[in-house]
Design a protein around this ligand. Structure first.
Ligand SMILES: [Zn+2]
Length: 347
């Protein structure tokens, strides 16, 4: 199937209107400053910021670590099941309006269990929001549990054990947080156990870390999808493998810009990844912190790099292909994509 021709001036509206899946977003990274303040008030948590504006001004990051420091502070307002529900509900209702048809949502249980919040509280709140979103907004959503890589292998094993009573509420596991100095190899045994349990495997690799981390994620963890992966361009053999095996990369343009992975969005390599035949997708990572949700990412990266409707078509198709959703759902979304392009061509 080939997309109909779209006039360039219709492209921005089409980017917003076309159906798409989001596969790389951390639900704790969807906490808007307003919600952080509202939950802090509801739970009696003291914040080191006087106002919503002051907190928003603190979102000037220089690298991944400077972001993570504020991110963990923001998550400290999440205490009760209702808080997790409200956070996920806010994200899902927002992105349903952005024509996201499917979301695979990362959550970081260790950020919460370390503060005395139970695994059950976290998972039940998030899972209920996912179920309700399907009924309310027609959007399908699934959870992926992420291990914090700056913590130990032992702590990852403990987290997995604590989550297993709620196994039916998440579809896979991932690896996130501070990348450099914490290679995938550190968690090879944890992921081996997760594969035995039949969990899907994804991992952050090649955001700030070297291409070698991507090789490790594939060969030592069994990753089915690489989160970020933009550093792959520095390794020709890796690029060839990613293209040949159609290993998806969940790319996050505004995050890369905000954390200075690229000097400027105009230098972003998303277009080269697509043109090299890789299954790259567009995602928001931590939308409240990095300046936008999925449609903001599409709008900004297309404006900066001059990608065309053909790239938009491929990115939407890639997002369905890269998802863990059933084939029948993917086929339905492809039909909806064709319809969105037909409407844009006829408008
Ligand atoms: Zn991420």
């Amino acid at each position: 199937m080939k997309p109909p021709t779209i006039a360039p001036d219709r492209l921005p509206a089409l980017l917003a209107a076309m159906p798409k899946a989001e596969l790389h977003m951390h639900i704790e990274g969807s906490l808007e400053p307003e919600m952080i303040f509202a939950l802090a008030a509801r739970n009696g948590v003291a914040l080191p910021y006087a106002s919503v504006d002051e907190l928003r001004r603190a979102y000037a990051f220089s690298d991944l670590q400077s972001f993570l420091d504020i991110y963990y502070q923001g998550a400290s307002v999440l205490l009760k099941e209702e808080d997790f529900y409200d956070m996920a509900q806010a994200y899902l209702s927002r992105v349903a309006a952005e024509n996201i048809v499917h979301a695979e949502i990362f959550f970081d249980p260790q950020t919460h269990t370390a503060r005395g919040v139970s695994m059950e509280t976290v998972i039940r709140g998030l899972s209920r929001a996912c179920a309700d979103a399907r009924a309310r907004h027609g959007i399908s959503a699934a959870l992926i549990l992420c291990f914090l890589r700056h913590l130990s292998e032992e702590e990852a094993f403990e987290t997995l054990e604590a989550a297993l009573p709620f196994r039916e509420h998440f579809i896979g596991v991932g690896l996130d947080s501070s990348e450099v100095g914490h290679p995938p190899s550190k968690f090879a045994r944890v992921f081996a156990r997760c594969r035995e349990l039949g969990l899907h495997i994804v991992a952050h690799a090649g955001e700030e870390g070297p291409p070698d981390y991507i090789w490790q994620a594939l060969d030592l963890l069994g990753a089915e999808r690489i989160d970020h992966g933009v550093q792959a361009v520095h390794d020709a053999a890796l690029m060839a493998r990613l293209a040949a095996e159609r290993v998806p990369l969940t790319v996050c343009p505004l995050s890369n810009q905000k954390l200075r992975v690229f000097p400027d969005l105009a230098n972003h390599n998303l277009k080269s990844l697509l043109d090299a035949g890789l299954c790259a997708t567009v995602n928001s990572d931590d939308p409240a912190y990095f300046g936008g949700y999925v449609n903001d990412n599409f709008r900004a990266v297309f404006a900066a790099t001059g990608m065309t409707a053909r790239h938009a078509w491929q990115l939407a198709l890639n997002s369905f292909e890269a998802s863990f959703a059933p084939a029948a759902d993917q086929a339905r979304w492809r039909d909806q994509l064709g319809e969105a392009f037909e409407r844009a061509a006829a408008a």
